[in-house]
Design a protein around this ligand. Structure first.
Ligand SMILES: [Zn+2]
Length: 228
């Protein structure tokens, strides 16, 4: 473990592993330390400059780890959606809905009891995540098609899974996405879409699979590493 000082005076511990990888890969561990991998030709100076350039990303990843214990439960006074926590404001109204407006989640209801509010928040999350997934699915497909690759027709299902973030049944054209990704950055959800689509061409997690991902979504490791 080595200590690195950021220009603002704060410090971080990192561990460097030399591996035959093309880029400098950075991962924030559960305990808030960094794991870096890079090949032998990359100097320590370049690695440390890279870490410093990613300070903002690292800070947000650590904040996210701290918030992770809270992420599973739905609270009636704040809500985590796409890597941000929003205050919840309840507004008495004849409407029954929750919307994201002006950096807060506004719950319009005639029945302001906590369980009912949680129910409206759950619907908000599920609707918002469904439309995000539709958008990301279209984005990945359009990118593949523009690069001359032809993804098969795909049915995307969103579900709460215990041990995986996504899965691809390539024989059936079926991709599942874990609904818990709704608490992560958009780019991280996108990395899961890329991962599952890549399985159409590479059925395992071989170096060729990761090379495919790196080629099509160069920030794959950066954003997907938040899920490890
Ligand atoms: Zn996989």
């Amino acid at each position: 473990m080595k200590t690195l000082k950021f220009p603002d005076g704060s410090e971080i511990l990192y561990e460097l592993t030399r591996k035959p990888v093309r880029n400098i890969n950075l991962r924030v561990k559960e305990d808030g330390t960094l794991r870096i991998s890079a090949n032998n030709r990359v100097s320590v100076k370049r690695i440390e400059d890279f870490i410093i350039s990613e300070q903002d990303f690292i800070r947000r990843a650590i904040e996210r780890l701290n918030a992770r214990s809270k992420e599973a439960e739905i609270n009636s006074d704040r809500l985590r959606w796409l890597d941000r926590e929003y205050p919840v404001r309840v507004i008495m109204s004849s409407r029954e809905s929750a919307v994201l407006e002006q950096q807060e989640i506004r719950v319009f209801t005639r029945f302001p009891d906590p369980e009912h509010i949680r129910q409206l928040l759950r619907s908000f999350l599920s609707d918002s995540f469904t439309s995000l997934c539709r958008e990301l699915n279209d984005e990945v497909r359009a990118a593949l098609i523009s690069r001359g690759l032809n993804p098969p027709p795909t049915l995307v299902t969103i579900k709460d899974m215990k041990s995986r973030w996504g899965s691809c049944t390539w024989t059936k054209g079926h991709i599942s996405i874990n609904s818990r990704l709704a608490a992560y950055p958009r780019e991280t959800v996108l990395s899961v879409f890329w991962h599952e689509y890549a399985h159409y061409w590479h059925h395992d997690h071989s170096p060729r699979f990761y090379a495919f991902l790196e080629q099509h979504y160069p920030e794959y490791h950066k954003w997907n590493s938040l899920l490890k």
